[in-house]
Write a protein that binds this ligand. Structure first.
Ligand code: PHE
Length: 346
């Protein structure tokens, strides 16, 4: 046994580098295995005489220690079994980032409207999408076979009995349910999805969203309605916004009106969005018909109220100048990503 044997193996260990776990294992066998070079030195050591034992005992043990430490550290630095063996995979590359989604324009507008009416003291109520005829029509002063039912092309779920199930055509049904169970005064908005059997086009869809509102108390007048709508329009479309009301007809309100806001794009001068009129139609409203109050057990001599309803897709179209309603339902990422910057909070 000679000192050079130990030095040679130390130098080999020092120069040792491995690329795979397989190579590390081979190196371990070469140095420390049954027939390994270090094991061979230990075998030889057993046969040398006492003086040499004293001289070589310690360096030999240190050599074994160095070899074990080196093999361990190579094993760890190469990582998981086989990972680095796969060609073309660079483990040092940065990982994929997570794409953050954005809110849908309809839900952004819905939240804005809810926030505005919350500030005015309105609660939010929701109700079923599959409704009965009573809550969608009858309680809202649409008598059976009344032609006004044709104004709303209804999808029926069941038929053949006096109160068939149907997909609600407006969220006024939630207002009826609110009148039935909430104490007076009532100040509520009802956002939700509604369904009408319409041919799908750039301006119409068979599924859309509404926010309807209802305010019932003593001495509620048309002036209160006008003021509520004006304040809402200014919060929604800017402080300069003007409104105008045109007479209209709904079975559940009398008098009824359609509301236009001044076009916030051309400021009344006339452009292709407002079709040269300077005005954009945004909602329908009116004073709740006494028949509707009475149908839900409210004394129409003591109480009066107003109601309004608007389509969210239409408001979003005006806000972002979307020219085709179908964009809202097609889930085209190029369209949806446009709204990522509009999200104030998730
Ligand atoms: N429910 C009506 C619609 O869907 C809108 C409306 C609500 C009109 C309340 C007047 C009052 O068309």
């Amino acid at each position: 046994m000679q000192k050079q044997d130990i030095d040679r193996i130390l130098a080999e260990l020092d120069a040792l580098s491995c690329k795979t776990q397989k190579e590390v294992e081979e190196a371990r066998v070469r140095f420390l295995g049954k027939k390994g070079s270090i094991t061979a030195l230990f075998d030889e050591f057993r046969t040398v005489d006492k003086d040499l034992k004293k001289e070589f005992g310690r360096p030999l043990n240190e050599l074994k220690q160095t070899a074990q430490t080196k093999i361990e550290s190579l094993k760890e630095s190469i990582g998981g079994e086989g990972a680095a063996e796969v060609p073309g995979i660079d483990m040092s590359m940065p990982g994929d980032t997570m794409e953050l989604g954005s809110r849908h324009p309809v839900s952004i507008v819905r939240q804005e409207i809810v926030d505005i009416f919350r500030k005015f003291g309105y609660d939010v109520a929701e109700g079923p999408e599959v409704e009965d005829d009573y809550h969608v029509f009858e309680a809202l002063n649409f008598p059976p076979n009344h032609p006004a039912r044709d104004m709303q092309d209804t999808f029926f779920v069941s038929s053949g009995h006096p109160n068939p199930l149907l997909l609600r055509t407006h969220t006024s049904s939630v207002q009826v349910r609110t009148m039935e169970k909430m104490g007076l005064p009532i100040r509520v908005i009802c956002p939700g999805r509604v369904f009408r059997n319409e041919a799908i086009s750039a301006r119409a869809h068979c599924i859309f969203h509404q926010v309807e509102g209802l305010y019932i108390d003593e001495n509620v007048t048309f002036a209160d309605l006008r003021q509520a709508i004006l304040l809402f329009a200014r919060e929604m479309f800017g402080p300069e916004t003007q409104i105008r009301m045109r007479p209209s007809y709904f079975p559940f309100t009398e008098p009824s009106a359609e509301v236009d806001v001044s076009c916030n794009i051309c400021h009344g001068k006339g452009c292709n969005i407002c079709k040269g009129t300077g005005w954009l139609e945004i909602l329908g409203c009116g004073m709740v018909d006494p028949n509707v109050l009475e149908a839900s057990g409210i004394d129409s001599k003591k109480y009066s109220g107003f109601a309004f309803g608007m389509g969210l897709e239409r408001i979003a179209m005006l806000k972002w100048r979307v020219n085709d309603l179908r964009h809202y339902f097609e889930n085209d990422m190029r369209f949806l990503e446009e709204f990522a910057t509009s999200v104030k909070e998730f």
